[in-house]
Design a protein around this ligand. Structure first.
Ligand code: NDP
Length: 337
């Protein structure tokens, strides 16, 4: 059993030596347990937060513990009446080949799912996040302008496409010309602006000529600075993530714009609301799965995955994810089915 543990806590950007690849004995399932063999492991931005020894909505990973995360696995041994050998399941097994479970928190994906890895992306946590954050907090109406950053990632790409299905005008923000082209040509966004362009804020203002009604916040930092003055009266801002700040070790340099933000919220009566997907919306997963399953089957939602082969490449892929080196949902293929 190969596994990746947290070797040390990062200061700022994670580096290779914060992780350690180990080989340990394969675990043995007891009575009422299953042995799961991972095929696909998920990489997600929230994992950066778990590397810090800080109070948050979830416990940090302890030093020398296996890095946390979702896994799509097959049952290799079953001593559990509800699971049979060969069946596919979604678990929270972490960055490793093998995981023993008593069934708690497992979701079965059947004997032969068409796209097993989709359970980590469009049909799983990121897709669900996009759906609930946009529809429940963002409440977009036809004709409104919706802006979303990290526009080609699994959350942002889904937010923009659902907003299009609801009849909105969608402006994406992404890093680089290739991602912006993808957002427009494949995902069907109306516009996509490169946040690395020197005149990014100016371009965003030009392309949001009627202001912004819904800003789905994935990024924070200078992207939010450019968005804030464009928000319309009664705008909604689902606060989903702040990836530009995940490696920060201190607050950004001044001037302090907190009073500007508070003044904007007040004068424009803006609703800004954070959410943690499974804590806040866990009971609404079936509603999402029904809609998203249908949209995918009808070809109404496009989904891009980037498959990286090998557990040994997982840490470097994660470091890259936080820098925008991924293009689409990153999935690590650790074993053949
Ligand atoms: P993504 O693949 O979209 O995340 C990585 C992307 O973020 C990069 O490819 C990059 O895209 C962008 N990015 C990174 N650094 C910066 C920066 N400094 N400025 C601007 N953009 C940057 O991952 P997900 O779709 O999985 O997640 C998107 C967001 O949603 C994250 O913030 C995540 O934490 C959050 N999230 C929140 C959940 C919740 O329950 N609240 C649940 C799931 C996700 P580019 O190259 O285009 O800039």
């Amino acid at each position: 059993n190969r596994r990746i543990v947290l070797a040390s806590r990062p200061q700022g950007e994670p580096v290779a030596h914060n992780f350690r690849l180990e080989t340990v004995n394969k675990p043995v399932p007891g009575e009422g347990e299953v042995l799961l063999r991972a095929v696909y492991l998920s990489l997600d931005p929230y994992m950066r937060g778990r590397m810090n020894d800080a109070k948050s909505y979830a416990e940090p990973v302890a030093i020398d513990d296996v890095m946390v995360g979702a896994a799509v696995s097959q049952v290799e041994v079953s001593n559990h009446p509800d699971y049979k050998v060969g069946e596919w399941v979604l678990s929270f097994g972490g960055w490793q080949d093998y995981f023993v479970s008593n069934g708690e928190g497992l979701m079965t994906l059947g004997d032969n799912p068409t796209h097993p890895s989709y359970a980590l992306g469009i049909m799983g946590m990121p897709g669900f996040t996009a759906y609930m954050g946009l529809l429940d907090i963002g409440a977009p109406k036809a004709g409104e302008t919706v802006v979303v950053a990290a526009a080609t990632g699994p959350v942002g790409a889904t937010v923009g496409q659902i907003a299009k299905l609801k009849g909105c005008r969608v402006v994406g923000i992404a890093g680089g010309a290739e991602k912006c082209r993808h957002a427009k040509e494949v995902l069907g966004f109306d516009e996509c602006i490169d946040h690395k362009a020197p005149d990014f804020a100016q371009q965003l203002a030009t392309h949001c000529h009627d202001g912004i009604d819904v800003y789905f916040e994935n990024v924070g930092g200078k992207v939010f600075d450019a968005v804030m003055p464009l928000l319309n009266t009664s705008a909604r801002v689902p606060v989903c993530g702040l990836i530009s700040q995940y490696n920060a070790t201190s607050l950004p340099d001044g001037p302090d714009r907190l009073s500007l933000l508070m003044g904007t919220l007040l004068v424009k009566r803006i609703k800004m609301q954070g959410f943690i997907i499974f804590d806040d919306y866990g009971d609404r997963y079936p509603e999402f799965a029904q809609d998203m399953g249908q949209w995918l089957a009808q070809g109404k939602i496009q989904y891009r995955e980037q498959i990286v082969e090998g557990l040994e490449n997982m840490a470097s892929a994660f470091i890259g994810l936080l820098k925008g080196e991924n293009f689409g949902k990153i999935v690590i293929k650790v074993n053949n089915p």
